[in-house]
Structures are given as C-alpha cells and as structure tokens.
Write a protein that binds this ligand. Sequence first.
Ligand SMILES: *Cc1c(COP(=O)(O)O)cnc(C)c1O
Length: 379
Amino acid sequence: MPAVPFNCSSLQGNELAYIRETIAIGQIAGDQAFSKKCQALLEGTLGVPHALVTTSCTHSLEMAALLLDIQPGDEVIVPSFTFVSTANAFVLRGARPVFCDVRPDTLNLDETKLEARLTPRTKAILPVHYAGVGCEMDAINALAARHGIAVVEDNAHGLFGKYRGRWLGTLGALATQSFHETKNITCGEGGALLINDVRYAGRAEIIREKGTNRARFFRGQVDKYSWVDLGSSYVMSDVLAAFLFAQLEAWPAIQARRRDIWQNYHGQLADWARAQGVTQPTVPAHCEQAWHMYYLLLPSLAARTALLTHLKARGILAVFHYLPLHLSAYARRWGGRPGDCPVTERVSDCLLRLPFFNSMTTDQQAKVIASVLEFQVPA
Ligand SMILES: *Cc1c(COP(=O)(O)O)cnc(C)c1O
C-alpha cells in the first residue's frame, strides 16, 4: 500500500456492535431493523417521502429505469462525464443514451445544451452532481417539466449537499445514492433509491422485491404474495445495513472532517495553482457541496501524467477520473465522435483527484500538499 492511498475505508465506531446486534436478533436478510433505521434516517434528515436501501447505486438506477417504464428506443440524456452505470442502467432496458457535455466550471451536465438533445423519444434526464456540487436543477427541472420528461438525480457524490438550500437527492422525481467504499458514507457495496414523486412508491417496493408484493404481505395488506410486476433482487442485507447505519448516524462528523480536508487542500494549493496554470474546483455560491472529492485541472494531459508520476514516486496515489462515455468501446454503436463533448474530452485528460478519505491524517495530507507544491508544470 502506498504511504498515502487514494482512498481507505474506516470505521466510525458502532459498525461491529450493530452487526453483532443484527446477528443476535437472528434476522440478517433485508428490510430488518437496521435497514429501517437507515431509511428512517434518510427520510427524516432529507425530508424525502420514501427511501429504500438497495444493493448499489447501479441497482437503484436500474430500478429507476424500470419505474419509468423505459422501452426499447426510448432516449435518456446523460452527461458524457459520468460513471458507466448512469447510462448502462437505462441501456439494459433498451434505451439509447444521448450524451451531453458538461459545464467547464462545475463539470456538471450543461443545462444550456439539453434542449438541443431533446427528441419526442426523450424519457429522462440524469443530472449527476459531480464531486457533490449541485447541477443547475432549476433550469433542468423547468425544461423537463415543459416537455413532460422525468428527472432522476444520480446523487452518488452528493449526499448531504444542497442546491439553493434544498438537499441534493430531493430535486428529481427519483434520486440514487451510493454507499460504495469510495463514497463519503459506505458499507462496502450498497445504495439507496430516494422517491420524491410518491406515485413511484408502490411499484418501487415491488421491483426491489423480485417483482413480488412481498412487502405488502409482510405488512399484512395481502394474505399471500405473488409475482405482480418486473423486478429483481435489490434488497440490502441487514448486516450491511447495520454497518451503514453506524456510518449514517455519524454523517455530521464525517462531513465536517471532509470539509476540513477539502478546505485545507483548497487554501494551501491556491497560490501554487495560480502560478502553475492549474484550475481548482468551482463551487457556485448557491451550492453547499457534499465534500466528496478534491480535484485539480492540469493544463494538459502531459502535465497531468507528470503530476501523477511525481506523486507516485513519493508514495502518494492520485488518480484520474471518468473517460468520456460517448467515446467508449461500447458507445461506438451510437456513433459518438471526438469533438461531440469537448469539455468532457478535455477534463477527462486533465483532471487529477488527490487522496481524500474520512480517516486521512493531517500528516498524510501535509505530505500530499508538500509534494504537490514541489511540482512544476513542465513548460
Ligand atoms: C459510484 C457511482 C455510481 C455507482 O455506484 P455503485 O454503488 O458502485 O453502483 C454511479 N454513479 C456515480 C456518479 C458514481 O460515482
């Protein structure tokens, strides 16, 4: 392991005790005590009508595609600068992903480029709050409402961030969360579906339970359960929910620690960045970010490669991020070309993420900062 890894998971304190508790109760399948506690915490904190914990953000996105009844030939607009799952979950239902470029400042879906990508087949828009900074949701929601299109927030980075005073994840009809190891709050692999439009609530619990009405059966609302819709196995085990609840309960402390790490990077690297022609992240005044990552935009691919190598030589693992989806091997079938999403293409070459995790020590961060400050962008 490098002296400073890029990411490293850590305990908040109660994880193992809660896991022991759920095992002692004797019920470790899904929808047991800790799953309900996680859901109640998300619902209560964010003020969402329904939160369902799931096996991953990817699976929550698949649930969203099923809930929206996506059919072969339907189109969904996704940023080209995102994780594969944002698009793949809809492609599994036969949709065609329409890739949109991102804004050069926040690296979020460029709302000014959406209208040109609408067709009569457009069924959904998927804003991704990159690095936990909110997309321009007022503009996106207004456009979607005018055209009768659903908005699904891929909020994998944005839990506990806000846009104009409103929680990210509460702004689309549906929103998806990730509790993957690399996210602020984790149980290794896990996710949640936030349901803001309550019309989706009934089908969501069926889709999540293999297409059955088992949830209604457990509540005594039907006397047997059976196959009533499409679905799959998207329920989180209560062992993972126990781990997750210990992390979720500690969210204010986790977010405060991450804010300190982020602000320390931002402040200490500011003069160096200006002198070297390196761009630091932009956070608009109306966005309270979720402190998910710290990235730098180097002036070129060569400069980015040089800084990655420089840090690696000092035992520090920095990493790049998404490759443009419209140019991926699988997306070739939809005819993506270089130049279609110029901001995505440039950012993909030039972005570098610094080590950032909840248990990162001040010594580790000092080492990263000192090593970056030693680096000169090659002429
Ligand atoms: C991490 C991530 C996902 C996938 O999350 P999983 O929980 O691993 O399925 C999806 N979208 C974005 C933007 C992500 O960062």
